[in-house]
Design a protein around this ligand. Sequence first.
Ligand code: P6P
Length: 337
Amino acid sequence: MKSISLIQFLIEERRAGHINAELSLLIEVVARACKRIAVATNKGALGGVLGEAGTGNIQGEAQKKLDVISNEILLEANAWGGQLAACASEEMEDPQPIPDMYPKGHHLLLFDPLDGSSNIDVNISVGTIFSILRCPDGVTEPKAEHFLQPGTTQLAAGYVVYGPATVMVLTFGHGTHEFTLDREVGSFILSRRDILIPEETAEFAINMSNQRHWEAPMQRYIGELLAGKDGPRAKDFNMRWVASMVADVHRIITRGGVFFYPLDAKIKSKGGKLRLMYEANPMAFIIEQAGGAATTGRERIMGLQPTGLHQRVPVFLGSKKEVEVATHYHVAADAAV
Ligand code: P6P
């Protein structure tokens, strides 16, 4: 099959009217930045990039050196291109404006520069997650509130998983597509177009160590999966947990499955573990475009009206039928109260 590069694919998408020239250029810039992040992560111990940075982020988390490096790479790559009005990052409290000496564009870029960074020092896959919104008309100095748009308004979303291969998965709302980095050429090459994940699955991903803290419907749902073929689900299930959302989601994009980070007693006051704007929303867009579902356990993630740039939400995503079962248990339990 003739290989199609990311740039060629973007030109096709422009001709199809799915994206405009500015968004196409922005995706190329983000992809180029992620190639630089891949080079940095692939150096491992030889690059002096492992371990703690000695700083903390807005989340109150200790930053890894690669968190800071990846954030800087994305900010620098996106400062001068003219496609953005501002950026927002998991690593920064406030949005980052485009420097005055550069032209501004019509887009807002949100990202988790290196998701799963606790896995870096043990050489397990990590990734970059990004979401692209339109900057509201007439807004030249975007503030946090201008980013607070529901996931349904995303123009594009994607992730890059830095694993045995460096793989980018993208959606513009016209299907979900996968590109694999050809390191010899330095190009992302289309490896899967119009991905569809199975509606059914026998594989779930959750951090079981939190089980005693879950709400009752989650206890019931996971208990039924663990009961296997002798239980109410009448089939055995397998479990995976990489503790790197990008890696877990990419497995689901590749072979189906379902991923949960539910509320639990430890994190209930924060609203959840994962961040809505630059983790849950982009992953929900990607999963829905691949025929899956993404809810908070009670409602569609992409329908939420955000209340804060770093807002956290529960995440249930993946194979549609399984997300629906788990969500139904929570909705039914709420209705019974
Ligand atoms: P836990 C990584 O820190 C992350 O944000 C996601 O990538 C991952 O799915 C989750 O947290 C892992 O959380 O509680 O299992 O360490």
